[in-house]
Design a protein around this ligand. Structure first.
Ligand code: ATP
Ligand code: MG
Length: 389
């Protein structure tokens, strides 16, 4: 008997002729996630099996796989020779353990026979094993529609027997959709936005603007921590830290006060786009949500978009703040995001920001100041960190 992890993926099945490309990416990402744990990965008939895992690393391996995009669910499964007596005794053992662990009492057997030469068909296995369980464990009863315990038996090259199905991150394997660059602040939204786009198969790089000494060293460290937390799902992230103080001071000295936030956002987008191009990324990602603040009205977003020619992905555009917060909790970034360090966006906030800026006005205000030398200097002084779990 061996304990393995059975891995299911769903959306990749839709990929027709490109399917091997997605499967290869998924397996290589699984290997990356399992680095340091000795194991073997086997792939056959739309399933992936992780085998030969040392007992002490089993839970760690399962936990890591729950964060690999492209995996729909996993099941820790026992593999036994498919001889009937083995199937029965393994079913007893697993059900016994499950009853002891959970105290649940209703069950159903789900048998699947991929080996069509097996002496009993799926219905037969369901019936036989069902009877044997009822005989052995008098506290059990069958519930066809809502069983608390699902005893799954798959007859393939061997028999795979399991009760548990652990939901995973879903989505597409990282790297199957190309690269994009995330504008990451220390707030709640942008790490969630990065998570959502990585989930669709993008490799992320990230850009953070800081305004030392108006923002502290700890604010910067917090962003590095957030990128690390995100890398548990997204893989290693190349994080660019851009000094933004001089540009911000120039904006506040020379631009109309009510436009300062929008101009600042346009300049952030411009610098992020240049970094993205150098990374061969084809899109920018932000954590903006429609109407959340003055710089996220439809008009403001149009003005921000106008600063760049790359597509800007805003996966949170239709989300309420509490929906974003609950996703942040789920992916484990929330507690770090709410640490109280200033972001450069919250330094020098105008009293009455424009909420309906016009593209032409903002272009004119921006053109009145020569930002180019400062942008180049900021790019030269940009620091690169590899954020990895
Ligand atoms: P968040 O919670 O992500 O900080 P927010 O609601 O505070 O979002 P803003 O501060 O207006 O919104 O920022 C909107 C988006 O702009 C952020 O989601 C992020 O993508 C980007 N952004 C804001 N500040 C920075 C920064 N200092 N460096 C890089 N990107 C930033
Ligand atoms: Mg912010």
């Amino acid at each position: 008997m061996e304990k393995i992890i059975l891995v299911r993926y769903t959306e990749i099945h839709l990929k027709g002729l490109n399917r091997p490309f997605f499967e290869k990416k998924l397996i290589s990402n699984m290997k990356g996630a399992l680095r340091g744990i000795s194991c073997k990965i086997r792939h056959e008939q739309g399933r992936i099996y992780v085998c030969s895992i040392p007992e002490q690393s089993f839970d760690d391996a399962s936990d890591r796989l729950t964060r690999v995009f492209g995996i729909h669910s996993i099941s820790p499964a026992y593999v036994v020779d498919k001889e009937w007596d083995n199937v029965v005794s393994m079913s007893y053992e697993l059900m016994g353990r499950e009853l002891e662990r959970s105290g649940k009492t209703s069950f159903k057997v789900f048998a699947r026979r991929s080996d069509k030469h097996y002496f009993m068909n799926s219905d037969g296995i369901n019936r036989e094993i069902g009877h044997l369980m009822l005989e052995k464990f008098p506290q059990l009863h069958v519930d066809i529609h809502n069983p608390e315990i699902s005893l799954c038996i798959e007859i393939r090259d061997s028999a795979y027997i399991y009760c548990e199905e652990i939901p995973c991150a879903n989505g597409m394997p990282i790297g199957s959709s190309g690269k994009a660059t995330l504008l990451i602040s220390g707030g709640i939204d942008s790490p969630v936005a990065g998570y959502m786009m990585a989930k669709r198969g993008l490799v992320l790089s990230a850009v953070h603007f800081y305004s030392y000494p108006y923002t502290s060293e700890r604010a910067r460290d917090k962003v590095i921590d957030l990128a690390r937390l995100l890398s548990r799902y997204a893989g290693p992230i190349r994080l660019f830290l851009v000094p933004f103080t001089d540009i911000q001071m120039k904006i506040y000295d020379e631009c109309p006060e009510k436009e300062t936030t929008v101009i600042m956002r346009r300049l952030m987008m411009k610098i992020a786009e240049r970094i993205a191009l150098s990374e061969e990324a084809r899109a920018l990602i932000t954590g903006e949500a429609l109407g959340q603040v003055a710089s996220q009205t439809l008009e403001s977003l149009c003005v921000t978009n106008d600063a760049v020619s790359m597509p800007v992905f805003r996966p949170l555009i239709g989300f309420d703040k509490d929906e974003i917060m609950s996703l942040a909790r789920k992916i484990g970034t929330y507690e770090t995001s709410i640490l109280p360090y200033e972001d450069c966006c919250t330094v020098f906030v105008p009293k009455h920001p424009v909420t309906r800026p016009e593209v032409a006005d903002l272009r004119a205000s921006e053109a009145a100041v020569d930002f180019e030398p400062m942008i180049e200097k900021a790019m030269e002084e940009t620091e690169l960190i590899i954020a990895s779990k």
